[in-house]
Ligand binder design. Sequence first.
Ligand SMILES: Cc1cc2nc3c(=O)[nH]c(=O)nc-3n(C[C@H](O)[C@H](O)[C@H](O)COP(=O)(O)O)c2cc1C
Length: 328
Amino acid sequence: MTQSLSNPNPTILYMGPIRGGTDHIFRNTFANHFDGYDLAVAPFINCIGTNKITPKYVRVLLPENNTGMPVIPQILSKSAEGFFRLANVLTDMGYNTINWNLGCPYPQVAKKQRGSGLLPHTDKIRQFLDDAIPKLSGRLTIKTRLGREDKDELFKLIPVFNEYPIEEIIIHARTGKQMYEGIPDIDAFETALSMCKHPVVYNGDIRSTEDFKRLSKRFIDINRWMIGRWALVDPYLPMVIKTGKDITKPAHKVEKMKAFHDDLYDQYTRVLFGPSHTIDRMKGLMMSFTLAFKENKKTLKKIKKARTPEQYEAAVNHFFEEEAEWKG
Ligand SMILES: Cc1cc2nc3c(=O)[nH]c(=O)nc-3n(C[C@H](O)[C@H](O)[C@H](O)COP(=O)(O)O)c2cc1C
């Protein structure tokens, strides 16, 4: 593992879970084309009842489908029993660490006291940990935000987390109410960090090496960092952070991005049901990918409007072959 510039500990980079983005195909393909990430937290799988385990959720986590990088599965649940049952199935499959999602901000999730919706309910979280932890056959990590409405919620929760054997806490330095908007509250993150006796992973808006340098200078004791959306924009970011060098020429980056795109497109074409699913998935990814390039509004419009594989392929090929210019 490469040392980062300003942190004497080896930097560990986590691929952040992005539902609809960083699925097993994306993770494996990313690892075939780019370096830098040490591991990934997978997008959450739901557990609704206590006994209902949905085979399709488990299938995407089969170890043979997850060979690109080490993966920590994530579960969204407010039921301790549902959680430990599903977690133990995953542990039997070979995952010795399972992450609990306490951060999902979407109102339809939060209003049911799941994800970030559970954060104001310290007693319910304590009860969950009391019930789940003794039954877990593997280790537990948590991904959280500063709170649902207010950062004070996490300050009240950390003393509770400190009482339990939790492997690490990943903190996205926003509240649930903020969704993905506004700037992460670094001061609140610092307070939470100072209170927490478990290892902490920083998450939120590491968009560039400059962001990483600024944060790693401030939090010299942290060596675990999670990057979500911004490596979907610039897949070179994790490697440049790790090595401290950006040696790839812009023209080569364009070629590499096309190869990455084509590989993803090929694989989604094989596994998704029908061309419209594949095109929708690829359009979503292209909306992130194209942010790394100088503006091409006309082509983007064509990509968005494409209905058939032919239209999509023509628009994307035109973009990469004729127009794409890396922002640098
Ligand atoms: C579309 C979308 C889906 C996400 N899905 C998940 C998820 O399944 N589990 C989770 O813990 N976080 C999820 N996140 C949050 C990210 O993992 C990350 O915490 C957030 O984007 C902030 O980090 P970033 O600025 O590096 O992207 C999602 C974010 C987005 C934008």
